[in-house]
Design a protein around this ligand. Structure first.
Ligand SMILES: *Cc1c(COP(=O)(O)O)cnc(C)c1O
Length: 246
């Protein structure tokens, strides 16, 4: 899209279907199979992006901003079949956990102890992934690798269902993500965690080759996003995005 964006760009369902086929070809080309989950990252787009994903059988849907997720939940209603399973991906402030708890199926950005405790309190037994810092870029979140085993133990002790690790590769060429992805997969093996949520539009082949069980794909499915929703800036964790509409 060019020019000012007043609301989320409309989503062309046929284009999304064609792009999904391309994403699946990329996954297969990297040696992956149909078991790899394609998480549809709908941030920056409206509820029609979620509808398009659901129509294509993508029930795992990712969002980065609390208000934007809740707005989409409200727009979509509760009587859909299938319903989306919401994965929360963004920097998470503790005070947003209560708002999100009724909606989030998988908390992927768990990266510190107080957040573990708050999720355990507001969403007992919830499914979580621990986010590992793979880039040293603080705005991307994630716990330092050395802190991950302790955090996983804390989450398990708190009754959370720790299913996997999540990581965001560094900016730059896809290949630069490989060492971090490899380290994350080794850490997941050590800790007995099945899910490895690594890889986005730019580096999903590397992630699949290194053992991703889930790739988180936004741009490759829905096209370019309105700029404010991506990437999250240090000051915008949990802040409303343009599509929250005030
Ligand atoms: C935005 C985002 C994605 C999707 O990014 P694309 O490059 O558009 O595929 C995946 N994971 C996280 C954590 C994100 O913030």
């Amino acid at each position: 899209m060019t020019g000012p964006v007043d609301g989320p760009a409309p989503v062309d369902r046929h284009a999304v279907a064609a792009r999904l086929a391309d994403v699946r070809r990329r996954i297969a080309g990297a040696g992956g199979d149909d078991g790899i989950r394609v998480l549809a990252v709908t941030k920056g787009f409206g509820p029609d992006a979620v509808e398009a994903a659901l129509e294509l059988g993508l029930t795992a849907v990712g969002e980065n901003y609390a208000q934007e997720l809740v707005a989409k939940v409200e727009a979509l209603g509760t009587d859909r079949d299938p319903m989306p399973r919401w994965h929360f991906l963004g920097r998470l402030q503790r005070n947003k956990v209560r708002l999100l708890a009724p909606h989030v199926g998988v908390w992927e950005s768990v990266d510190r102890g107080p957040l573990v405790d708050e999720i355990a309190k507001r969403a007992p037994g919830a499914v979580v992934y621990v986010q590992v810092d793979l880039s040293g870029e603080p705005q991307k979140g994630g716990a330092a690798p050395a802190e991950v085993p302790g955090l996983v133990a804390r989450a398990r002790d708190a009754g959370l269902a720790v299913r996997g690790l999540m990581g965001v590769g560094p900016a730059g060429p896809a290949e630069a993500a490989r060492p971090g992805f490899r380290m994350l997969v080794a850490l997941a093996d050590e800790l007995g965690l099945v899910e490895r949520s690594i890889g986005m539009t730019g580096d999903l082949e590397v992630a699949v080759a290194e053992g991703a069980t889930e790739v988180r794909v936004g741009t490759a499915l829905f096209g370019p996003r309105p700029s404010r929703a991506d990437p999250p800036s240090p000051s915008s964790g949990g802040a409303p995005s343009p599509s929250d509409g005030g």
